[in-house]
Ligand binder design. Structure first.
Ligand code: GMT
Length: 375
């Protein structure tokens, strides 16, 4: 199949899912074309089956806002015509599903049928998409897609609750690749912690929805009880406040901010616990990636997290903002070697249920279904 993929190229989960899926499809022999405004962070271009088409939005004095959807849909029309793309898979509704619909209409005028698969990832529905300023366009473009998928049952329920959806929504969860989510040859634990210290980690885009202050608060309570280090990976608007909070608590020697990293396996290979106290989380890909390395998760009980993080087995869940309980749960996991080993084993077993080899055929079937629907 020739597959077009539209996604955000940044460190966000939706871009990671789109890129990893496209790369896996290309390894299976499909020809994959990424169309976005810069090269996706996890995209490895050294493969004859992978193409990247950059979308340029020329600036003009009159533009207060750059017309990205227009540039994207024009680029898509050209790529789809030139390469004979069979199906277009757009990740994140805003503005990708809308641009896909415009592309479909333009191609229809040229006698070309374009099947569209839209994958909803979370904030495009829960935080941004349902805002009255966007809602009509988001509802319309979801309903115009030939196949719609969400990354969790919870996001499917939210989509059906928040929008007037006329389509069946298929749940296809996010995934990991057990062949790449493996400990690196050198796992340099000693660089960041002493042998007797536990290592806690957090990876995100440091947006308010991630409740970064709760991560620090929980860690402070852990640190009051046992020797531990906190590794913070990622960058975003809440990072500076987090650094100040760490300084206020006098934890500068115990918390390391690494910034954005392409090498999360270097952090996850020695992590003993992953904290994800988010306000909302349609799936929690960062938690799944941690679990793939056998790292237990203490998270909030929100969105798709309870589908992934099994309470009392792979980690613990608690109400959003309940930092006291999160700290107690973390300490329970970290204090005893046997308990920690047990949770680590369960986390790994649970992560393997999300093996890409089981998930990719679901997307291939979704592509086939979309192709049939436009015939
Ligand atoms: O979490 C974010 O802010 C980034 C966002 C994205 O679009 O990249 O993540 C969403 O999609 C991920 C991949 O499907 C999910 O794992 C995240 O849970 C989801 N984030 C939220 O729902 C807040």
């Amino acid at each position: 199949m020739k597959i077009g993929i539209v996604c955000y190229p940044t460190f966000g989960g939706s871009g990671v899912v789109a890129t990893e899926l496209g790369l896996a499809m290309s390894r299976k022999g499909h020809e994959v074309h990424f169309v976005t405004y810069s090269q996706p962070v996890r995209l490895d271009l050294l493969s004859p089956n992978v193409h990247f088409h950059e979308v340029h939005v020329p600036d003009y004095a009159l533009f207060h806002y750059q017309p990205y959807e227009l540039a994207l849909s024009s680029r898509l029309v050209n790529v789809i015509k030139t390469y004979g793309i069979d199906v277009l898979h757009v990740h994140y509704a805003i503005p990708h599903a809308y641009a896909a619909y415009m592309t479909k209409k333009m191609l229809e005028d040229m006698g070309i049928k374009l099947p569209i698969v839209t994958t909803l990832h979370g904030t495009d529905i829960t935080l941004v998409g349902s805002h009255p300023f966007y809602k009509a366009a988001v509802t319309f473009s979801i309903n115009q897609s030939d196949v719609v998928t969400t990354v969790s049952e919870s996001l499917k329920r939210d989509t059906e609750k928040l929008f007037n959806i006329q389509k069946d929504i298929q749940v296809i969860p996010n995934f990991i690749d057990p062949k790449t989510h493996v400990n690196p040859l050198k796992c340099e634990r000693h660089v960041l912690a002493e042998p007797h210290e536990r290592i806690v980690s957090h990876i995100s885009n440091f947006r308010p929805v991630k409740r970064i202050a709760d991560v620090i608060e929980v860690f402070k309570k852990i640190r009051d009880r046992l020797p531990a280090k906190l590794i913070m990976v990622g960058d975003g608007p809440e990072k500076e406040a987090a650094e100040m909070q760490v300084a206020t608590y006098g934890l500068m020697n115990d918390v390391v901010f690494l910034g954005n990293s392409r090498e999360i396996n270097q952090v996850l290979c020695y992590s003993d616990l992953f904290l994800l106290p988010s306000e909302a989380e349609s799936f929690g890909l960062a938690a799944l990636e941690a679990m793939a390395f056998g790292v237990p998760v203490v998270s909030s009980d929100t969105g798709g997290l309870p589908e992934l993080n099994l309470h009392g087995k792979t980690g613990f869940l608690s109400q959003v903002g309940d930092v006291n309980l999160m700290a107690e749960q973390s300490i329970q996991i970290l204090l005893e070697d046997d308990t920690l080993e047990n949770f680590k084993k369960n986390a790994k077993t649970q992560a393997l249920r999300y093996d890409i080899d089981g998930i990719m055929p679901l997307y291939e079937a979704a592509y086939e279904k979309a192709i049939q629907r436009v015939q």
